[in-house]
Design a binder for this molecule. Structure first.
Ligand code: GLV
Length: 337
């Protein structure tokens, strides 16, 4: 039997490609940016499997263009770019990469909390911009304490929990809101307090978002919600841009409803050059880096490769989003080697 043919939409950190190339014939997109839509549709044609990123839209049109596809393995924990229902209908197994990026993402949420509260990015720009002319000023660039404050976590999944765990070291009161409430024992162990979202927004000094992108979470942080926050509070988003209404956030920052924001994700990425959020000095902006540690990205590539290979071996992928697909196409008929 010939080797399975796989399209990989970006070069990956080791050991992802090495693992795949042991068993499969690979076509790897060589440019740094994502393939254009026409290129994606053309290259996926006739392939047995696709390893994609969150920048690739995997919808009915793409799945129809590649009826031979058995597996779509995404190098991401978020999978809103994949139409899972359409994939399942066609018997396509969908893999993703949860867990391996949890700690790195939580670290990064904390990097933004600290950066925005203690004006790290502003300080850096000040020094580089040649503005540091006085040795030490008792009133220079004062920020806000982080330790001892109240942290509000929206979304208590794996990443929310890892963020809460770090808050203990900062001696913080930790509130959370999620559609699923954790059992009382878990809350006690983690030192977190469940609150309705309104109370969380009204009482937190830092609100950090860890919910997935979905219909229910789109625009969840809108004008009405931002108005509930303290004037001294900061909003941190390492989840998905769609969760925050950016126009409302710009208004909140302009009119001083909140003190600042740390943002790693945006409604449109890359952020347009004339975006209003670029104009605020109390906002720290990063280019979707939360899982971008060498270790996390390498583990993501490894897991994405394992998911893809497992299905093609006729085994259940370690992390997949549509187990119900087995009823449509049993693993025995996905198996290629
Ligand atoms: C990154 O944003 C991911 O979903 O993995």
């Amino acid at each position: 039997m010939s080797r399975p043919s796989v399209y990989v939409t970006r070069k990956l950190p080791s050991p992802g490609l090495e693992m795949l190339s042991q068993y499969c014939q690979l076509l790897v997109h060589q440019e740094e940016g994502p393939p254009r839509r026409e290129e994606l549709l053309r290259n996926v044609k006739g392939k047995d499997a696709l390893l994609c990123l969150l920048t690739d839209k995997i919808d009915a049109e793409l799945l129809d263009a590649a009826p031979t596809l058995r597996v779509v393995s995404s190098l991401s924990v978020g999978f809103e770019h994949v139409d899972v229902a359409e994939a399942t209908k066609r018997g396509v197994y969908v893999g993703y990469t949860p867990a391996v990026l949890t700690e790195a993402t939580a670290d990064f949420a904390w990097a933004l909390i600290l950066a925005v509260a203690r004006r790290v990015a502003e300080g850096d720009a000040y020094v580089r911009g040649g503005k540091w002319n006085m040795a030490w000023g008792p009133m220079t660039m004062l920020g806000e304490d982080v330790h001892g404050k109240t942290l509000g976590i929206l979304g208590m999944g794996r990443i929310g929990k890892a963020v809460a765990q770090r808050a203990r070291g900062f001696n913080m009161r930790c509130l959370y809101y999620d559609v699923f409430r954790s059992p009382p024992d878990t809350e006690r162990e983690m030192g977190v307090e469940y609150t309705p979202i309104e109370k969380l927004l009204a009482e937190s000094d830092f609100v950090t978002i860890h919910v997935p992108a979905a219909k229910e979470t789109t625009g969840m942080i809108n004008e009405e919600k931002l108005r509930l926050m303290k004037k001294t509070a900061f909003l941190i988003n390492t989840a998905r841009g769609a969760v925050v209404d950016e126009q409302a956030l710009a208004k909140a920052l302009r009119d001083g409803w909140i003190a600042g924001a740390g943002l790693d994700v945006f409604q449109k990425e890359p952020i347009p050059k004339d975006h209003p959020l670029l104009g605020f000095r109390n906002v720290v902006l990063t280019p979707h880096l939360a899982s971008a540690s060498k270790q996390a990205r390498s583990a993501m590539a490894e897991l994405a490769a394992k998911n893809l290979l497992a299905a093609l071996k006729g085994e259940r992928p370690p992390s997949w989003v549509n187990p119900e697909v087995e009823k449509i196409r049993p693993l025995s008929s996905v198996k290629m080697f």
